[in-house]
Write a protein that binds this ligand. Sequence first.
Ligand SMILES: [Zn+2]
Length: 408
Amino acid sequence: MLRLPASVLVLTFFLALVAWGRNQDTKIFSVRVSTKDASERNSIANAGIAIDKVFSDSVAFIGTEIEIDKVKNLGLKYKVNNISTRKLDFPSSDQAFHNYSEMIQALDSIQNKHPDIASRFSIGKSLEGRELAGIRLSRSKKQDSLPTAIFMGCHHSREHLSVEVPLKLAEYLASQYETDVRIRNLLDNREVLIVPMINPDGAEYDITSNDYKYWRKNRRKNVDGTYGVDLNRNYSKGFGGSGSSNSPSSDIFHGPQAFSEPETQAVRDWVRSRKKTTVLLSFHTFSELVLWPFGHTNDQVPSQIDQQVFETMGKKMASWNKYTPQKSSDLYLASGDTTDWAYDELKIFAFTFELSPDSMFTGGFYPGASAIEPTFKANIEPALYLIEKAENPYAVLKEQKDPLQLIP
Ligand SMILES: [Zn+2]
């Protein structure tokens, strides 16, 4: 699971104090905590902490003094280390990243350049009223007439790279249609639906000052005066379970009830309405992982055949992007996410990719603009594979010599 050199692992437990403020007077820390196994990892998640990286002997996360107190209370060893006080600025040093209005312009531009195959759509509005915009790519004008693949980005505000990858995917598919036989064949026979920014309010908030705010949730004002619901804990399957928190100040606050937020309601109603959807990919950052359901329980999905499809597709995609493929709960339990709901309710083969970088020590949530192109390139083939297999995901089992001996 881990690709860190042993020398680094020996230096476990360091925590980085980061001088960025989430709110003006809230200090943000990077924390490394010693953990023996999944049960200790789960105890951290169950304390309301959003784990960002799992190592073989520890986990790391970004949090405040509140989260550090929680770790103390669990009696686990942890360490602090000052990694950087560098100030980051989205518009200047990271100007290649798209803020909300630039993302909208980019979608418009794709539609304007390729009107025969590209059309913009909206799945609803965010809490603060921003259009949740997407782009549909297909030669067919008739909605729901072809097998459909859905791609989403940015459930979590600070994961800006997860906007860029689906946006670039849209640009790539549209621009290659005329010249690339494979792409043309795919868009002639599939619908590809891409919504790059599910959480625009949070993404905008994260870049409202010269410093990134490490903001994860949406911008709901909670009853106790704190802000934000974790949109990837707000779906219904396993809602409120392990790896989510009922404390509004927690980074993994699941909200007052399932689908309490306009952003997740919009995703729910939209995905439900697109009856030909068979595959879905939700981009997140970071850690370089390919994840599949379930996340809310250690149990496998009830259908052994479906479990094999997940594993086969997940491992195949990981063979291209070189990420680590695994069932989500093998990492730690996380309840109420997009993929558990999409599979459970709609039997969609739904995956989460945790994109680059590998860890917070190689850029974490803010890897810089130079990460965009290589991260996108690494994920072209997995995306094309998903679109291709949208016609019948079960066919991936027949492509193996022995369906019960899964390709490693
Ligand atoms: Zn995320």
